[in-house]
Design a protein around this ligand. Structure first.
Ligand code: NAP
Ligand code: GCO
Length: 267
């Protein structure tokens, strides 16, 4: 396999919510492969401060503030990118939120907000970006799914409903756009050490013990682990991969579980 397959020089990539966490790791990884990186966020300060981190990686990131849930704002933001940088070749629908509230306690408005950001927004942004990919007969769309695209757990009903829907939205985008040489895939990160999981990872939270016990790799994932998977899905090497979710989870989904110590394989 030629290294050229992983050369993104000349490509324009948009990573939504790319000012930190998984999004930034993806932006840096694709930028190091030669892509021109554009990121959006809701927060002007984060858009400004992220430039320093990208610069440290040698990447001159293009930033635009827009709300991925607002069609008019998305159109305005993408138009700025298309005018200043170029039409988008690689779209990473990374922006997302989570609310950890039991179903009976969760206000419907909160449920709808999570659905808007995690499911409707990837539709909005993809609908705005795909027409130019169709014209070019080329494009890569990566939807940030989750283990919760296929499993539930207590308190994350809205998030699981959104990420489950995103799994099948990814499949449907594949069905409608593959004929235009557009590959639409998902990434399903396991438990990754970012600000989104800090509340269930830090301060001796019991969930940390669960993740450490259930993850065969014996560690939380790093944002860079997800960035590396995005590199494959953004590259020519994945041109026949479509409608797929690539799980990046340290083996947790392969593991029914075990009682620590009882059936450990001796070193
Ligand atoms: P994060 O640190 O919370 O980052 C999420 C990003 O999305 C932030 O930059 C946030 O901006 C942005 N965002 C939220 N709402 C937005 C909106 N309406 N418009 C524009 N940007 C918006 O989360 P992360 O851990 O890096 O996760 C990134 C993605 O991976 C999410 O889709 C998440 O569901 C998914 N994921 C994460 C894990 C994990 O273990 N961390 C596992 C599986 C999937 P602000 O900071 O300004 O709000
Ligand atoms: C949670 C976590 C998970 C991860 C991820 C797992 O509260 O269970 O936040 O939802 O974010 O989605 O794939």
């Amino acid at each position: 396999m030629s290294a050229e397959l992983f050369n993104l020089t000349g490509k324009v990539a948009l990573v939504t919510g790319g000012t930190h966490g998984i999004g930034m790791a993806i932006g840096i990884t694709l930028g190091k492969a030669g892509a021109k990186i554009c990121v959006n966020d809701l927060n002007e300060e984060k858009l400004e401060s992220c430039k320093t981190e990208y610069q440290k990686a040698g990447i001159d990131v293009f930033t635009v503030k827009f709300d991925v849930t607002d069609e008019a704002d998305v159109d305005r933001g993408i138009s700025i990118i298309e005018k200043e940088v170029g039409t988008i070749d690689i779209l990473v629908n990374n922006a997302g939120i989570i609310k950890r509230i039991p179903i009976l306690d969760m206000p419907v408005a909160d449920f709808k907000q999570v659905i808007d950001v995690d499911l409707v927004a990837p539709l909005i942004v993809s609908k705005r970006v795909a027409p130019n990919m169709i014209k070019k007969r080329s494009g890569k769309i990566i939807n940030m799914c989750s283990m919760m695209s296929i499993y539930g757990r207590n308190t994350v009903s809205a998030y699981a409903a959104a990420k489950g829907g995103l799994k099948l939205l990814t499949a449907n985008m594949c069905c409608e756009w593959a004929k235009y040489n557009i590959q639409v895939n998902g990434i399903g990160p396991g438990y990754i050490a970012t600000s989104q999981t800090a509340p269930i990872r830090e301060g001796n939270h019991p969930f940390n013990d669960l993740v450490m016990m259930r993850t065969p790799a014996g560690r939380w994932g790093e944002p860079e682990d997800v960035g590396n998977a995005a590199m494959f899905l953004a590259s020519q090497a994945s041109n026949f991969v479509n409608g797929h979710i690539l799980f990046v989870d340290g083996g947790i989904l392969a593991n029914f579980g075990y009682v620590k110590g009882e059936n450990e394989i001796p070193e």
